[in-house]
Design a protein around this ligand. Structure first.
Ligand SMILES: [Zn+2]
Ligand SMILES: [Zn+2]
Length: 167
């Protein structure tokens, strides 16, 4: 392995550990418990086992957690409600548009258009991995992370409001 390759490897490993810490923080924020071991996490689609505060066990991944997905047994109430504006805002970070008129649910297919005018259907959290399937362009990672962080912040604010109400 060349020095450059070794450095790249190290950088990837650091990134992986950072992502793992983010997952733990996310699970903690929802009062859950992470059952997977750190080495089981390799990328944002890796299956992670989580136990919710009600004791249900479910498999999820980084994208699900980041887009507000949580325990399927606890049901819809625990899932952050998105609006079509969130989808439009995300599409704008990629220089494109969301063409669907309204938001229905997290697993529905939505219509999108990339900056080159390609139209495609994709689920909401699927577009974090591949933006336009015709351009085969990965999303701009900086714009994506910034957007996801803004979602996290509003999620945390909502969480805080909820716990304040509960106390
Ligand atoms: Zn649950
Ligand atoms: Zn395209």
């Amino acid at each position: 392995m060349t020095q450059a390759e070794a450095a790249k490897q190290q950088q990837l490993e650091r990134r992986r550990q950072q992502m793992w810490q983010k997952i733990l923080a996310k699970v903690d924020e929802r009062d859950g418990h992470c059952l997977s071991e750190p080495h089981e996490y390799t990328n944002t689609k890796s299956k992670i086992w989580v136990q919710c505060s009600q004791g249900h066990t479910f498999a999820t991944n980084w994208y699900n957690l980041y887009t507000g997905g949580w325990c399927p047994s606890c049901g819809r109430n625990s899932i952050r409600m998105y609006t079509i504006v969130d989808l439009q805002n995300y599409a704008r970070t990629q220089g494109g548009q969301c063409l669907s008129p309204k938001y229905t649910n997290i697993n529905a297919l939505y219509d999108w258009q990339c900056k080159r005018g390609h139209r495609f259907k994709a689920i909401w959290w699927g577009i974090y991995e591949v933006w336009c399937p015709y351009c085969i362009e990965a999303p701009d990672p900086r714009a994506r992370d910034k957007f996801l962080d803004s979602l996290t912040q509003s999620g945390q604010a909502a969480h805080k409001r909820k716990s304040e109400r509960a106390s």
